[in-house]
Design a protein around this ligand. Structure first.
Ligand SMILES: C[S@@+](CC[C@H](N)C(=O)[O-])C[C@H]1O[C@@H](n2cnc3c(N)ncnc32)[C@H](O)[C@@H]1O
Length: 237
């Protein structure tokens, strides 16, 4: 049998290995598909188009907030509506979630939001300029409970360093999780990462800031007595 040689990846392409998600099955509802058809041309951003010129995209120079893994987009849209002085970019791999987000944006008449349907790790590397973001949000990332799956957790040293480079100095990386073990992992990795300062007075977690809406999922968890941990680290260098 002849050995098949793997083609070399062209420079700049990623040797990506472990992803932080498994693509879920699921079809869009009619409403989500309709919202995609109508709003994708103006609100959708494509990985293949490379670096985004944020000022040109939003038609102004405003602070930019980027959210990774927005799920169905409900809280992202709420935040964009509540902070019209900022521009928002959402990234999600789950198609129906992107459709739901565009539907919610339509309902709330949100104009300061653009979305990618793609892996956030690749979007950060290929489409977002260094030192361009004021806030990066990562809310309730997949916790990958089992030890053998921990390598799939998105919060890892390489990812943290990418987030640091994309933030402006002084910009913040805001994470929240309802999985205590993941919150400890986040805290440990962030404390070890160079160039970040914990904004928590006691060097651990912060109370949920007013700008992060309580999600339905989170409210249910709270009723069941689950905890939620917020971490906000600022880029210091
Ligand atoms: C547990 S859900 C939380 C969704 C939402 N943030 C919330 O709080 O309801 C995690 C989401 O992150 C998305 N996700 C995971 N890894 C991702 C990646 N590398 N790029 C984009 N989205 C990702 C998943 O598809 C999923 O929708």
């Amino acid at each position: 049998m002849t050995e098949v040689q793997k083609p070399e990846l062209p420079e700049g392409k990623h040797h990506r290995r472990v992803r932080s998600y498994v693509k879920r099955e699921g079809r869009m509802t009619k409403g989500q598909a309709r919202a995609m058809e109508i709003y994708w041309p103006t609100m959708g951003l494509e990985h293949g188009n490379g670096l985004v010129d944020l000022a040109e995209e939003f038609g102004r120079d405003a602070p930019v907030v980027l959210e990774i893994g927005f799920g169905m987009g409900k809280s992202l849209v709420e935040m964009a509506a509540a902070e019209p002085d900022k521009d928002f970019i959402g990234i999600e791999v789950h198609g129906p979630g992107v459709g739901a987000c565009l539907m919610a944006a339509e309902e709330q008449e949100v104009k300061n939001l653009r979305v990618f349907e793609h892996d956030a790790v690749e979007i950060l590397a290929d489409c977002i300029k260094d030192e361009s973001l004021d806030r990066v949000q990562l809310y309730f990332p997949d916790p990958w409970h089992k030890k053998r799956h921990h390598k799939r957790r998105i919060v890892q040293p390489e990812f943290i360093e990418t987030v640091r480079r994309k933030l402006k100095v002084g910009g913040v990386f805001h994470m929240a999780t309802d999985w205590e073990h993941y919150s400890e992992h986040m805290l440990e990795e962030m404390n070890e990462a160079p160039g970040f300062t914990n904004t928590a007075a006691d060097g651990t977690f912060v109370p949920r800031p007013d700008f992060r809406p309580l999600t339905k999922f989170e409210a249910r968890g709270q009723r069941l007595g689950h905890g939620v941990w917020d971490l906000i680290f600022a880029r210091s260098e």
